[in-house]
Unconditional design. Structure first.
Length: 283
């Protein structure tokens, strides 16, 4: 039972589900009429592939995770799962997820999912201890899920898919930098370089968080411009974007952990609210 729980923890289920959920929303946005059963298949495939990517991340960072309070009790640092067991589990999940997406949808969906896994597990992960550019690199696989969902529905990467990617890509910056601000002591113990250069919790970093949050607003309005969704979802995106920006302005003023924590929690709410609004208001 403890072993099964450890394998489940290795999945980072909540994170994996959130990523897969955005894939399913992208799939539903790409359809003329909803197909909830196949949307669940997209979600399952995304969950399996994302889980595999998270395992790669944890295998590479098992020694670093021992240094951080937030990760020291994960299955690999505590020895409840060995690296060899984790790799086997990873391969099983990846093959199952990619096979599902290729068989039930199309090879391009599986190929893009594999690209996302490689970028996250083998490029973003080692970059975290090298340079703050890791956040921009990580934002690519982080932004791909709704695009992958759209491709699963349509079989091609069109401008609508790139818009969905753009929204989630831009969202990554305030999201990850707020987390990095809150977890700065832990990250520094592990040698992670997540905050933008020079890597301090100061006005310069707060300004960059604010800048990317402001840029998120026009990107989030592109679905209306391109006729993907209507005015209601654009209004929701605008209101959420403005509220998001106001939180970043407060961080610029206070430069404290509490304000960064507010941005982090707001980022968790922003993305599903905007994406669900797009789906409900789909043209």
């Amino acid at each position: 039972m403890n072993k099964a729980r450890a394998y489940f923890q290795l999945l980072k289920f909540r994170l994996s589900f959130t990523v897969a959920f955005s894939s399913a929303l992208g799939y539903l946005l790409g359809l003329a009429t909803p197909n909830w059963g196949r949307a669940l298949l997209v979600l399952l495939g995304g969950l399996l592939v994302t889980g595999a990517a998270n395992i790669i991340n944890q295998v590479f960072e098992k020694d670093l995770d021992k240094l951080m309070k937030r990760t020291e009790n994960r299955p690999l640092p505590t020895g409840r799962i060995s690296p060899a067991e984790a790799w086997v589990f990873c391969v099983v999940l990846a093959v199952a997820g990619l096979g599902l997406l290729a068989y039930y949808f199309n090879p391009l969906t599986a190929a893009l999912s594999l690209l996302s896994l490689i970028l996250y597990g083998f490029i973003y992960t080692p970059l975290k201890t090298v340079s703050p550019i890791c956040v921009a690199v990580g934002a690519i696989p982080g932004g791909l899920p709704p695009l992958i969902g759209w491709v699963a529905a349509t079989g091609f990467v069109g401008e609508a898919a790139w818009v969905l990617f753009g929204i989630q890509f831009m969202w990554q910056f305030p999201h990850f930098w707020a987390i990095a601000w809150v977890a700065d002591e832990d990250y520094k113990r592990a040698g992670f370089k997540m905050l933008p250069t020079p890597g301090n919790r100061d006005l310069r970093t707060a300004f960059q968080i604010m800048t990317y949050t402001v840029l998120l607003i026009p990107v989030s309005l592109l679905p209306l411009v391109l006729g993907i969704s209507g005015r209601v979802s654009a209004g929701v995106a605008l209101v959420c974007g403005v509220l998001f920006v106001l939180l970043t302005v407060r961080l610029m003023r206070t430069q404290d952990r509490k304000s960064a924590l507010s941005i982090m929690f707001a980022s968790f709410l922003y993305l599903p609210i905007v994406q669900i609004a797009l789906l409900l208001d789909k043209v």
